[in-house]
Structure formats: structure tokens, C-alpha cells
Design a protein around this ligand. Structure first.
Ligand SMILES: NC(=O)c1ccc[n+]([C@@H]2O[C@H](COP(=O)([O-])OP(=O)(O)OC[C@H]3O[C@@H](n4cnc5c(N)ncnc54)[C@H](O)[C@@H]3O)[C@@H](O)[C@H]2O)c1
Length: 350
């Protein structure tokens, strides 16, 4: 495959690791990366080691999107004077780092959106900005919420006209596990039930992934993204203490459901997603498992099961698939296929 230039929007817990994992994939050259306060652009390829070293313990994950900062404090693990990507010698401060990347869009094959989801329409609005800015390439996100998929689908015509191939929900869940479910479903002529149950142990990764933990708390019945966004760090610590560091989630609004439905695998209501997050141990509290139950053409009922190795980290399971799907998206884009695709659309179909 020809070389692919790509940008990462959001160098928080996920985006930093995406840059690192890209070093292990063929033909990927990171040329731009930004967070809320800075941007680095180099078409010879970013020096990922320098950027990671400069942002180690220095992530800019202020609780904000483009709608301003919330009541909660942020800037976790700040060591130096410069917070986030501006601490890198390759970066400079920016009032609107996303616009700077849009302005270089003609030289960028793919854009990975590792942005927060504190406002449901933040990622769709960011996509609008790329389309309006004349971008024609791949955009890929790792968002979790089902309702955002519809917002992206509503933009399908706009993306097709612009020459954008948008891959949505392409992290771990949704993403890797959605694709696995679509593959496991191929044994069946009718899929009756998809059950996704994940386990994440986040002790050493906790500081870097506070953004994800906050968004996960929004999935607890007593919270939503607005209330979770406004929690102070102390309130989050108190919630974690109340759960003795182990938080269980049931019936999560994860987009695996709509992504499997739009790929014709099963009805969204037949998909359930739950999981266990342990922020005090690195060992997974449970093995991440996808169970797909269905009926075969010759009348048998069975469950196909897919499991992740317990040693694989959340960062590995989000970023490996995200970059793999990014490359699949570039193949589609170069073949002239535009619009909105989910991870299950890029697997064998029905
Ligand atoms: N699908 C999955 O399996 C999966 C797993 C984990 C995380 N996620 C998702 O990944 C996303 C990122 O998570 P994270 O832990 O890296 O969050 P984070 O808070 O650590 O990082 C977000 C980054 O976005 C940047 N940002 C925010 N607003 C911006 C703006 N207007 N312009 C430029 N940059 C901006 C921040 O500065 C920060 O660098 C979240 O939405 C999370 O839900 C998905």
C-alpha cells in the first residue's frame, strides 16, 4: 500500500497511543497532531518519540471541547509550564488547532478523531468543518455513543459530495468487538442475540485515561454526559471509592447495536453491551467476550464466542483496530467509495 499521511485530533489518553501504535503499522506517516491548545505539523513525518516524551505525564485533557471549559478542573498530570502538545518542540500554541489541520487537509490522507464526547455533536460538527474546508479523505473516530452514529449518517450525502470516507465507532467497543460480532455472525442465517462484555484493568493507565473514565461514569444510571462533565476530580475519586475501584456497567449506550443493525447483522435491540472497569488493578476484572447466538441454515442454534487475551490493554485494543480501520478506509477512499461506514460494514456481509 502506498504511504498514508494521517493526523490525530486530540493527543489525550487515546491519541498519544495512536501515534505510538502507528510506528508499528506499515505505510503510516503521522504528519499532524493537536490538542485543545496546540498543534504540530510536519510533512516529513512527526518525531513521535519526541512528542510522546514531551507529553508524558503532561496530557492536556481539560474537560472541554470547543464549547469552553466546564466547572470541573482539568489539565491532569501537568508537569511543565506548557501543558499538552505545546510542550513538544515540534508544536506551537493555537487558538483553533483543528482549523490549522483543516487548512493542511489537501496533504492529509486520513484524520483520526481521538476527541472527547462531552457534547454528542462535537465529532459530527468537527466533520462538518472538514467538509466545509474542502477536505477529501478519510475521517475515523473511536466514539462510543449510539446516538452519534445517526448524526453522522445524516451527513452521508455531504460526505459523498466532499469525497470523505467516514469510518465511525472504530475503537475497541464499538470497533474491534463490533467487527468480531459481524464475522462470528456469518455462521448463522438469523442472529438472535449479541452480548458484548468487556473487562478493563486500568491501574497504571488510569492517569492517562481519566477522560475515558469520566465518559464511562456517564454510562452509570445516575449520570449522563452533562452531569459527568461537571464532576470535579474529587467527585470522580469519591465515585471510584464508593465502588471500591471496580465499576460495573450494564446496558450501556454503545454504538455496537446500531452499527450491527446498519450492517444487517441483527436488530439493535438484540445487542447488549456491559463491562467492568477496575481502576485499582491492571489485571482485567473479567475476560472481554463477544457472544453471538443465532440459527444456522440447517436448523441448529449455537453461540459463537470471541475473546480477547487478558494481557491486551485498552490502548492496544482501541488503537490497533482504529489504525487498521483507518487503512481499510484509505483503500475505500482511493477506490472512490465515500460516505459513512461502520466497523461491521468493512467485514463479510449478509
Ligand atoms: N471505542 C472505544 O473502544 C473507546 C475506548 C476508549 C476511549 N474511547 C473514546 O476516545 C475518546 C478520547 O478519549 P481520551 O481518553 O483520549 O480523552 P482525553 O480527554 O484524554 O483526550 C481528548 C483530547 O482531545 C483534545 N481536545 C478537546 N477539545 C479539542 C478541540 N476543540 N480542539 C482540539 N483538541 C481538542 C484534548 O485537548 C485532549 O488532548 C473519548 O471520546 C472516549 O470515549 C473510545
Amino acid at each position: 500500500m502506498d504511504e498514508i499521511t494521517f493526523a490525530v485530533l486530540g493527543t489525550g489518553g487515546i491519541g498519544r497511543r495512536a501515534l505510538e501504535v502507528s510506528q508499528h503499522k506499515d505505510a503510516l506517516t503521522p504528519v499532524a497532531a493537536c490538542d485543545r491548545h496546540g498543534v504540530a505539523v510536519d510533512f516529513d513525518g512527526l518525531d513521535v518519540d519526541e512528542l510522546l516524551a514531551a507529553t508524558e505525564g503532561n496530557i492536556d485533557n481539560e474537560v472541554a471541547t470547543d464549547g469552553g471549559t466546564t466547572a470541573a478542573e482539568g489539565g491532569i498530570k501537568q508537569h511543565g509550564e506548557d501543558r499538552g502538545v505545546v510542550a513538544s518542540s515540534q508544536a506551537r500554541p493555537s487558538e483553533d488547532s483543528i482549523q490549522e489541520i483543516i487548512d493542511h487537509g489537501d496533504r492529509i490522507d486520513a484524520v483520526l478523531l481521538a476527541l472527547p464526547n462531552y457534547e454528542h455533536d462535537f465529532i459530527p460538527r468537527t466533520a462538518d468543518r472538514f467538509a466545509e474546508g474542502g477536505y477529501a479523505g478519510v475521517m475515523i473516530d473511536v466514539l462510543k455513543r449510539s446516538r452519534v452514529i445517526d448524526m453522522l449518517d445524516d451527513r452521508s450525502d455531504e460526505f459523498e459530495e466532499s469525497g470523505i470516507t467516514f469510518i465511525c465507532g472504530a475503537g475497541a467497543t464499538p470497533g474491534l468487538l463490533t467487527g468480531a460480532a459481524a464475522l462470528a455472525a456469518q455462521s448463522f442465517v438469523e442472529v438472535t442475540d449479541v452480548d458484548i462484555h468487556w473487562g478493563v484493568g486500568l491501574k497504571s493507565g488510569y492517569e492517562d485515561n481519566r477522560g475515558t473514565v469520566r465518559e464511562d461514569i456517564a454510562h452509570l444510571p445516575e449520570y449522563d454526559i452533562e452531569t459527568a462533565r461537571d464532576l470535579s476530580e474529587a467527585e470522580i475519586e469519591a465515585i471510584i471509592d464508593d465502588h471500591d475501584g471496580v465499576i460495573e456497567f450494564e446496558d450501556m449506550e454503545h454504538a455496537d447495536d446500531v452499527l450491527l443493525e446498519r450492517a444487517g447483522v441483527c436488530d439493535a435491540e438484540d445487542v447488549t453491551v456491559g463491562g467492568i472497569l477496575d481502576v485499582r488493578n491492571d489485571e482485567k476484572p473479567t475476560t472481554t467476550t463477544v457472544r453471538v447466538t443465532g440459527r444456522t441454515f440447517d436448523g441448529e442454534t449455537a453461540t459463537n464466542t470471541f475473546q480477547l487475551g487478558d494481557e491486551t490493554s485498552m490502548e492496544a485494543n482501541v488503537n490497533g483496530p482504529a489504525l487498521g480501520y483507518l487503512k481499510a478506509g484509505v483503500r475505500r477512499n482511493r477506490a472512490g467509495e465515500y460516505g459513512v461506514f461502520g466497523p461491521a460494514d468493512l467485514m463479510p456481509g449478509f
